[in-house]
Design a protein around this ligand. Sequence first.
Ligand code: NDP
Length: 448
Amino acid sequence: MSYVDEVLEQVKAKNADQPEFLQAVSEVLDSLRPVIDANEELYRKNAILERITEPDRQIMFRVPWVDDNGQVQVNRGFRVQFNNAIGPYKGGLRLHPSVNLSIIKFLGFEQIFKNSLTTLPIGGGKGGSDFDPKGKSDREIMAFCQSFMTELGKYIGADIDVPAGDIGTGAREIGFMFGQYKRIQGMFEGVLTGKGLTWGGSLARTQATGYGLLYLTNALLKDHNIDIAGKTCAVSGSGNVAIYAIEKAQQLGAKPVTCSDSTGWIYDPEGIDVALLKEVKEVKRARLTEYAAARPSAEYHEKKNGEHGVWQYKVDIALPCATQNELDLEDAKMLVANGVISVTEGANMPTTLDATKYLQENGVLFVGGKAANAGGVATSALEMSQNSERLSWSFEEVDGKLKGIMETIYANISDAAKRYGVEGDYVAGANIAGFEKVVDAMLAQGVC
Ligand code: NDP
């Protein structure tokens, strides 16, 4: 049995009740077969795969808090510190009723490789709670966040573990958690990222994921001698990632003609008016019908099951930026039939596995979210650097570094794929490039 299959068996036996974690380990180790087979003896002797699939530690704790009726509520808190071979643990805190140990371990495991890809010194971790922030008052959110941080605060620190936001954890929650950490520890340090601009946050964090996606897409196209200027793009979503992807695409001379939300989509053949989109989504927090009402060139379509939505149009570049599994095999076939050149993922896991395979087999340049949306976490790491320096960099400085990072990520994943005989497979290239760096550090640091 190969080393990968042996370890997969062990991981399955040890974590039988964790389907999400098992799926992530299987997918990552499968795509790493070329590099693991080439170094089997060294990795086996040093138990690299056994060590990398076992978190450094997983912390689970009780989070008691009092609701607005005076009733005590109890949630479960998690922090999985997976691997700190290349830097302090870094990864978001997810607040959602679906959160359990399997999901946090799956996300923490993936985070090791994504963080490694950013070229910055950050390890992998993830945390959260089964607390549901929806429908809670500000006071209840604060009560939860303070109780959560009272326990979590024992295990984190600017050089130990630096959590960030994720689903359910936005600027408000980061603020309450930071306040409680500061109060308990009696010191002000960059222990969380996603902070407000007046107390240690970074300029350009809001734009980072969308801008970063376009910097990487541009580098990918350039490498294939294709000019992004003049190309049309299909974008899904109209949230943080989608809006800034559209803005940067336009700055680079491309023409995004679609966007969507959970109820419908816009087709605007003259190109999306990003100022209007921001007004509708960021200021008014309204539906896309308001965009169509204000823009004569735009068509609004209600979402119906079985339709291709934004993926039915003839475009050169597809940028899925909304949610998981939003681009399936039928959508991929439609894009290919319409001559799409590249698909680069702004969202996490927006393309189904069979759609990814179909795109790759049909010569579409495909870069998965692990590399393509890493601009967000990279800029969080730049926030850590600014906090350590006790300085705030200008927008241009952060944006310039982000551009350099995304271009380097592309170069690294392309190079890794070439070195292991899978040229052009940027999904494998991303896993390999992320993995190699972590393994080098683990080997250098001995048995730990
Ligand atoms: P937002 O919540 O700001 O936006 C999500 C957008 O997707 C909204 O327009 C939402 O519409 C839309 N959407 C949600 N579900 C569907 C659906 N079923 N069909 C069509 N549209 C849908 O999230 P972000 O932009 O921050 O994140 C988008 C994706 O990018 C997520 O997968 C996230 O994990 C990933 N990501 C985000 C990063 C970041 O820095 N923000 C970093 C890395 C990855 P509606 O308004 O109707 O809900």
